[in-house]
Design a protein around this ligand. Structure first.
Ligand code: KIV
Length: 261
């Protein structure tokens, strides 16, 4: 059964929340089958799937496309649609764009930074919102860890609290010192979801390409549970040599066990 914002709030302190990103139908289908309760269609899609060097080039049309693809694969999973750069620049624009992502299949909306006016406005209009602080890639100058100085740590902690108080039901904490992740997690009523923010967060999110080892760069805080790029290279090499030797498609029966029409 699909989980809603209040269900995730109730999990705080009871059970860690596992979240993955997804961008396509077959990956979303497999993640749902694995029992992951919440999928983020993040604007990281621009970097890990579209070849952009920042998330700032991602558009609303891109996000609608990917939210729709994920929804067609994962019908019973809570989906968070990410508002891309500038799509949340003021409350009215954010509401119009949030409605587009909901219409594409999202259950809730994520946005970066302490845009409390926008968050409050979305929540007042019945939209469940996920906040995001720490490293916020849409506006960051680099992907380095943030929050190491006490003034930065104080800023990030008060941003997290402001995001919660504006009405967000969950806050993503990205690439901050683990001690800061712990302090923020203890101080909030809503769950924190860490990505490079330590084990004390209420849940963890991984970009699916990082988890799959699909691509050629891995953030230091990520874990590769598979090496999919290496598998693709091996498959492509084997396919190429079988085409040249004419083993494929002649011996296709031995792999599928049934005749393809
Ligand atoms: O866009 C995204 O995938 C994200 C995660 C890194 C949390 O914001």
């Amino acid at each position: 059964m699909k989980m809603h914002a209040k269900d995730f709030v109730q999990m705080k302190g009871i059970k860690p929340i596992a979240m993955l990103t997804a961008y396509t139908t077959p990956v979303a289908r497999a993640i749902e089958e694995a029992g992951i309760p919440i999928i983020l269609i993040g604007d990281t899609v621009g970097m890990v799937e579209m070849g952009f060097d920042s998330t700032r080039q991602v558009t609303m049309e891109h996000m609608e496309y990917h939210v729709g693809a994920v929804r067609r694969g994962a019908k019973k999973t809570h989906l968070i649609g990410d508002l891309p750069y500038q799509a949340d620049r003021d409350p009215e624009t954010a509401l119009a764009n949030a409605k587009r992502l909901l219409a594409a299949g999202a259950d809730s909306i994520k946005l970066e930074g302490p845009k409390t006016e926008v968050i409050t406005y979305l929540v007042e209009n019945g939209i469940s919102v996920v906040g995001h602080t720490g490293l916020t890639p849409q506006t960051a100058k680099s992907f380095k860890k943030v929050g190491a100085t006490s003034s930065e740590a104080t800023r990030i902690a008060s941003e997290a609290e402001a995001i919660q108080d504006a009405g967000a039901f969950m806050v993503v904490l990205e690439h901050i010192p683990y001690s800061l992740g712990r302090v923020i997690t203890k101080s909030l009523r809503v769950p924190t979801i860490g990505i490079g923010a330590g084990a004390d967060c209420d849940g963890q999110v991984l970009v699916i390409n990082d988890a799959l080892g699909l691509g050629d760069y891995w953030p230091p805080f990520s874990k590769q549970y598979a090496h999919t790029s290496r598998t693709i290279i091996k498959v492509a090499q084997q396919f190429s040599s079988e085409v040249e030797s004419e083993e494929f498609p002649n011996n296709i029966m031995q792999f599928t066990g049934s005749e393809n029409s």
